[in-house]
Design a protein around this ligand. Structure first.
Ligand SMILES: Cc1ncc(C[n+]2csc(CCOP(=O)(O)OP(=O)(O)O)c2C)c(N)n1
Ligand code: SF4
Length: 287
C-alpha cells in the first residue's frame, strides 16, 4: 500500500475489486495527492460516492467520514451534511451515468445554488458496472454493448451544463494528465462553492473492449491521450478532440449555499445549524 493510501484510506477496503488496469484507483490516488498537498487531514474531508463502478470501487475507502447514494442523490445527502457541518470539505465522486444522465437534475441545482462541494465525475464513457451500455458521454459513432452499430446520439458535455447552471469552478482533465489533474483538484477544493471536475478514464473491460477492440490498459490510455492532443501517435488527426484544463474559474466569487441559509436563519432570529437539527436528539452542533 502506498504512503498516501496508508495515511488516508481504510486498509480493509484496499485493494478494491476493480478490474485489472481500471483507471478508478489511479484517479483516487491523485485525489489523495491533492488532499495531501493542501495539508488536509482525514477529519477535514467527507467523501461521498454515487453508484456504479466509480461509487462501488471507492465507497468507504476514505479513512474519515463517508457516505454513498444512488445516482444524483449523493448531492442531496451532501447538501444536508454541508448545512450541518459547513467547515468540512465535501468530495463527491460520481460516474458519467450519474452526472451526465440519471443524476443530472441534482447536479444542475447543486451548481445553481453554489453548494460547497467538489464533484469529480469519473467518466468511463458508458454505464460500465451494468455491462457497458452507452451513456450521454459515449462519443458519437462508437460501439458499446447497447450500440452495436455505433452510438447514434450526439455527445453531451456536463461541463457546459454545470457552467451554465452557475458552478463557480469547472475543469476537464483525463487519466493521462496526472499533474494537471492534481492541480485542478486542488483548485476545486479551494473553492468555497460548487466545483466540478470531469475526468475521463479508461474502462478496459467494457468501453475498451467494445469501442476500441482492446482490453490493453496502455492502448486505452493512449487513445484517451491522443484525443486530448487531437493527433494519433503516428501523427494523423483524431476524429475529435477533448479540450482539457480549467474551463471556468469564478472561485469564491459568490456566497456558498449553506452560508446563505445560515445568514437567513440568523436574519430570522434563529440559530444556524442547530435550527435544522434541534429536533434530533443527541446532536450537538457548534456554529
Ligand atoms: C437513481 C438510480 N437509477 C439507476 C440505478 C441503476 N444503476 C446502477 S449502476 C448504473 C450504471 C452506472 O453508470 P456510471 O454512473 O457511468 O458508472 P460506471 O459504472 O460506469 O462507473 C445504473 C444505471 C441507480 N443505482 N440509481
Ligand atoms: S468495468 Fe470498467 S470501470 Fe468498472 S471496474 Fe472494470 S475496468 Fe473499471
Amino acid at each position: 500500500m502506498n504512503k498516501l493510501a496508508q495515511k488516508y484510506l481504510r486498509p480493509s477496503q484496499i485493494p478494491t475489486k476493480a478490474c485489472h488496469g481500471c483507471g478508478i484507483g489511479m484517479i483516487e490516488n491523485w485525489l489523495l495527492q491533492a488532499i495531501d498537498e493542501l495539508g488536509l487531514k482525514q477529519e477535514d474531508v467527507v467523501f461521498g460516492t454515487g453508484i456504479g463502478c466509480v461509487g462501488r470501487q471507492t465507497f468507504a475507502t476514505w479513512g474519515g467520514d463517508n457516505f454513498g447514494a444512488t445516482h444524483g442523490r449523493a448531492l442531496a445527502v451532501a447538501t444536508g451534511l454541508k448545512i450541518a457541518q459547513p467547515d468540512k470539505k465535501y468530495l463527491v465522486v460520481v460516474g458519467d451515468g450519474d452526472a451526465a444522465a440519471i443524476g443530472t437534475s441534482h447536479l444542475i441545482h447543486a451548481a445553481r445554488r453554489n453548494l460547497g462541494v467538489t464533484v469529480v465525475c469519473e467518466d468511463n464513457m458508458g454505464y460500465e458496472s451494468t455491462g457497458g451500455q452507452f451513456s450521454p458521454t459515449t462519443p458519437a459513432g462508437y460501439v458499446t454493448n447497447s450500440s452495436p452499430y455505433g452510438m447514434v446520439e450526439p455527445s453531451f458535455d456536463p461541463c457546459d451544463v454545470v457552467k451554465a447552471a452557475g458552478a463557480t469552478f469547472v475543469a476537464e482533465t483525463t487519466a493521462t494528465q496526472w499533474h494537471q489533474t492534481i492541480k485542478i483538484v486542488k483548485k476545486a477544493l479551494q473553492n468555497d462553492g460548487f466545483s466540478f471536475v470531469h475526468v475521463r478514464f479508461p474502462c478496459n473491460e467494457n468501453f475498451g473492449a467494445y469501442a476500441l477492440g482492446t482490453r490493453d490498459t496502455l492502448k486505452n490510455l493512449e487513445w484517451i491521450w491522443e484525443h486530448t492532443q487531437g493527433r494519433t501517435a503516428d501523427g494523423k488527426p483524431t476524429d475529435f478532440t477533448w479540450e482539457t484544463g480549467i474551463k471556468h474559474d469564478a472561485s469564491n466569487s459568490r456566497p456558498e449555499f449553506s452560508k446563505i441559509l445560515r445568514d437567513l436563519v440568523r436574519k430570522a432570529g434563529g440559530t444556524p445549524a442547530s435550527a435544522a437539527l434541534d429536533r434530533v436528539e443527541g446532536v450537538v452542533v457548534d456554529d
